[in-house]
Design a binder for this molecule. Structure first.
Ligand code: ADP
Length: 298
């Protein structure tokens, strides 16, 4: 509250004012340096897929004479199928990255437009699980939806869907191979007087070592640096397997969505045994239709 701080009546208060200025400057510096670091990381992450794209395009274009006939065009496409699919995958990756970055950048400056409504998380979660069913089957992962009561929260359906999507996507991404499973379940829990919804997404994948767990929700943090685009040797073979890696922003978005809904994310994980991400959200009465009066709460 600046107006209160600037009310100067004595020398002592002058000293206090100088202290306040110092404190404000320190805070401003911390914010600016975080912002700069974020921008630097962001552009670094954006440059690598871009250079892969450029490389693949150059290779495709310099590979043969300009196709003048339909047959030539088809031959070119056949000959450079790998490059074309790489271009497509990298473009997809970059689109996701840019979308995630934009969402977080808007969140930082509180410009994300939230459309709050009464949302049943069992519905949202089931939709996401159904969307991933085919992918899970293809990867030989048993994705199952367990007990799930109606969990009504007050929030933005799109963001809540994104939060669940990111967690299930990760569980499937890092859990691979036959015999692996991802289990999704929901329940209610009381905390004091308040009812909370609890959704857990459990996998029996590689797990996450304790020293990484507190950093996991930071932007661009990845446990295995070799999977990261940032450390990708662009000209080497084997880039195909790397294109499945995500943006490194998924869990940062998950945490932000939980916080903006007055909720939280908990993680329990043991290396070699698997991980369990828990979403906790305060519940509202499902029959409550007074949307207007609640907008400020979000
Ligand atoms: P990414 O795009 O790399 O998946 P996230 O922010 O979603 O970024 O996740 C950060 C890191 O946390 C991942 O790179 C991975 O190392 C680790 N991680 C996330 N979910 C899991 C999981 N279910 N099992 C093992 N590791 C995970």
């Amino acid at each position: 509250d600046l107006s209160r701080r600037f009310h100067l009546t004595s020398r002592d208060e002058l000293g206090e004012l100088a202290g306040t200025f110092d404190e404000m400057l320190n805070r401003l510096e911390a914010v600016l340096s975080r912002q700069r670091q974020f921008t630097a990381d962001a552009s670094h992450e954006l440059r690598t897929p871009l250079s892969i794209l450029t490389l693949a395009t150059n290779r495709a274009l310099s590979g043969g004479s300009k196709p003048e006939t339909y047959k030539q065009a088809l031959d070119t496409i056949a000959a450079y199928r790998q490059e074309f699919s790489l271009i497509q995958a990298e473009t997809d990756h970059m689109t996701r990255l840019v979308n995630d970055l934009l969402l977080l950048a808007r969140a930082d400056i509180e410009q994300t437009i939230l459309t709050p409504a009464s949302v049943d998380m069992s519905e949202v979660t089931l939709e996401v699980v159904e969307r991933f069913a085919t992918l899970a089957r293809q990867r030989g992962i048993d994705l199952s939806f367990g007990e799930f009561p109606e969990l009504c929260v007050h929030g933005d359906r799109l963001l809540l869907t994104l939060m669940v999507t990111n967690l299930i996507d990760n569980a499937l991404k890092y859990t691979s191979g036959i015999g692996n499973r991802v289990f999704v379940e929901g329940s209610t829990a009381m905390r004091g007087e308040k009812a909370w919804g609890r959704i857990w997404i459990e996998d029996n994948g590689p797990g996450i070592a304790e020293e990484h767990q507190s950093y996991l929700f930071e932007r661009f943090y990845r446990v295995d640096a070799a999977r990261s685009h940032a450390s990708l040797p662009v000209e080497e073979e084997g880039i195909q397997k790397e294109i499945t890696s995500g943006s490194g922003l998924g869990l940062a978005i998950v945490q932000w969505v939980a916080q903006v809904h007055q909720g939280e994310i908990r993680l329990r994980s043991t290396v070699g045994r698997g991980s369990c991400f828990e979403i906790w959200l305060p519940l509202v009465d499902g029959s409550d239709s007074d949307e207007g009066g609640r907008k400020d709460a979000l």
